[in-house]
Design a protein around this ligand. Structure first.
Ligand code: ZN
Length: 243
């Protein structure tokens, strides 16, 4: 591949030696890329603040064996309004971190890329209570986790849906949720989850903070943790180390 051009969003950075930095980027066409930025920490670096977390950049990279090398970077968006607000900044960090955990290296995922860019733009425009939970739920859906939302995941009942169980993969009716250790889900919470995953994301993001948004936030966080745990357990090397 040699030199290649792409756009990306900086997910995470860390120092490498005295002057260099390693950056994890989510790129549009090459998936997650880990690259070295040489001399970035010198005061006269030509890269300046273009390769800080959250910046949307246009890049020219050189493909290396383990790490690529950033040879040019031009900032497209800094998301200044997110940086200047601690609450939004914290939300952006959570979103970047979750992406960093789930994105696969050198595996293009255009949907994930546009979701991340969309989330940062939405956050710059409005500090929505459901921004992070909506991102988590949609991130999981790109990973193949599509919860059943219109019928009980255990018995198929379509009415009286009142719980949510991750192991069963969706909502549960009242009697099925009473049997297990499913978390409760109110009609308002269920409606928000349906809208987030069913094509009314912007409507859901307009919902003000309230009991239903808090419920969805808890559900989405549990769902992401559950998925990450299961995925970590499924990596053979982890089992080998533990065993
Ligand atoms: Zn049921």
């Amino acid at each position: 591949m040699g030199l290649y051009r792409d756009q990306g969003i900086v997910l995470r950075t860390w120092r490498l030696g005295e002057a260099d930095r390693i950056v994890n980027l989510l790129t549009e066409r090459h998936g997650k890329v880990r690259a070295v930025v040489k001399g970035v920490r010198k005061t006269k670096s030509r890269f300046g603040a273009r390769l800080e977390p959250m910046v949307h950049v246009s890049l020219l990279l050189y493909e290396g064996r383990e790490l690529d090398i950033v040879t040019q970077a031009e900032a497209l968006e800094h998301f200044k309004r997110v940086r200047e607000d601690l609450d939004r900044l914290a939300k952006a960090q959570v979103v970047l971190e979750a992406t960093d955990h789930l994105a696969q290296e050198r595996h293009a995922n255009a949907r994930l890329y546009s979701m991340l860019l969309g989330a940062l733009r939405a956050l710059a425009a409005h500090d929505a209570p459901l921004l992070v939970p909506a991102f988590f739920l949609r991130l999981l859906s790109t990973e193949g986790f599509h919860p059943l939302l219109h019928e009980c995941a255990a018995c198929g009942a379509r009415y009286g849906l009142a719980g949510f169980d991750l192991a069963q993969g969706g909502v549960l009716c009242e009697s099925c949720s009473a049997r297990g250790d499913a978390g409760g889900l109110s009609p308002g919470g269920l409606d928000l989850v349906r809208r987030i995953l069913g094509g009314d994301l912007s409507g859901a993001l307009g919902t003000p903070l309230g009991p239903a948004t808090i419920e969805v936030e808890r559900l989405a966080t549990r769902a992401l943790e559950y998925h990450l745990e299961r995925r970590m357990r499924s990596v053979p090397v982890v089992g080998a180390l533990e065993g």
